[in-house]
Design a binder for this molecule. Structure first.
Ligand code: PHE
Length: 337
């Protein structure tokens, strides 16, 4: 029996030395140490031996088992190391450089616009993104069944609440708790049920400003917004105000600036007109003042609202709004720290 054991040991060790693949080593392990393996067979037979013999054979068999196991592990490690050296490590491959985070273009430009306005006396406030029908519509002179509700395709929540469709409800909230004179700017997310495409996103950002005091005039509105357009787009643009309609301002207007893509000559972006619309504005409607308890005979004011993504797209000639939300660092890295 002992000679048999030594033969098994010899054979096992030499085939392990010769093995050239992990697969082969696995087969060897099963052949000798597996449940029906050679060495396992011997160990099973021990029971029928005399006690003295059983002790010696058992001890030797266990020692040989350990020896074979060690040889197999060593061989496996050797083969694995060789594999890695051959295929997995290419020391000429450059390492992965971690991207450095930066502020998002919406944050950068939002801050830039806030700075333009704080320098002329505006203070920054925030309002809730979850609103009530009253603040988002009713108080802004948009009653139920008003046609203007159609373009504000609204996300309604439980309990009559909704996701604000514009930042104008912030006007109401501020005027309810404070008295004129007020010069306020607010920036934040708005929501509309638009299908995403190159110019629409169900979440977008607006900047809203308003100025309320005695004797605020349309002329001041024009001056303020023209000043803003020059600061943001540069001195080389031209501006024009075009009559428009909003239920919460009267009169209402839209500010257009000369197209940055074709410099006003006419192209696809400005649909051949040479001008693009950048914001809506107007004199606060007397009904809105009534709703917040201001006397419209005593106070006047102007308000304006702009889409932040749209402004950035016009300034930097970006042709797809979805680029802002896809977190592609190659896009985001272009806007500075
Ligand atoms: N709230 C308007 C919109 O979302 C923009 C606006 C704001 C117009 C303030 C006039 C005055 O389209």
């Amino acid at each position: 029996m002992l000679t048999n054991l030594h033969k098994i040991r010899q054979n096992a060790l030499s085939s392990i030395t010769e093995a050239s693949s992990l697969q082969e080593v696995k087969k060897i392990r099963i052949f000798y140490l597996g449940r029906k393996g050679k060495l396992t067979g011997v160990l099973r037979g021990i029971g029928s031996l005399k006690q003295e013999e059983r002790r010696i054979v058992g001890k030797t068999a266990n020692e040989i088992k350990k020896e074979i196991e060690n040889a197999i592990s060593a061989k496996e490690k050797e083969l694995k190391d060789k594999d890695i050296k051959r295929e997995d490590i290419d020391i000429t491959l450059p390492g992965r450089i971690p991207w450095i985070g930066r502020r998002h273009p919406i944050t950068i430009c939002g801050q830039e616009i806030c700075n333009i306005f704080t320098q002329i006396g505006y203070s920054i406030v925030e309002g809730p993104e979850i609103e009530t029908d009253y603040y988002n519509f009713e108080a802004l002179n948009i009653p139920m069944y008003h046609p203007a509700r159609d373009i504000h395709d609204t996300f309604y929540l439980e309990g009559g609440r909704l996701l604000r469709t514009h930042t104008s409800p912030v006007q109401i909230r501020v005027m309810e708790r404070e008295k004129p004179p007020l010069k306020v700017l607010s920036c934040g997310k708005c929501y509309r049920r638009d299908s995403p495409d190159a110019t629409h996103s169900p979440v977008f950002h607006q900047l809203e400003g308003f100025y309320v005091d005695r004797n605020v005039t349309f002329r001041q509105l024009k001056g303020t917004l023209t000043y803003f357009a020059y600061q943001f787009f540069g001195k080389n643009i031209r501006t024009k105000f075009v009559p428009s309609y909003f239920p919460f301002t009267e009169p209402s207007a839209e500010l257009y600036v000369s197209c940055s893509v074709c410099k006003g000559r006419g192209c696809r972006v400005c649909k051949g007109t040479g001008f693009v619309e950048v914001l809506g504005c107007g004199m606060v409607h007397p009904e809105v003042f009534n709703n917040v308890g201001y006397n419209p005979k005593e106070y006047t004011g102007f308000a304006f609202g702009m889409g932040l993504e749209r402004l950035i797209m016009l300034k930097y000639r970006i042709d797809d709004i979805r680029l802002f939300y896809e977190n592609d660092m190659r896009f985001l890295n272009q806007f500075g720290p």
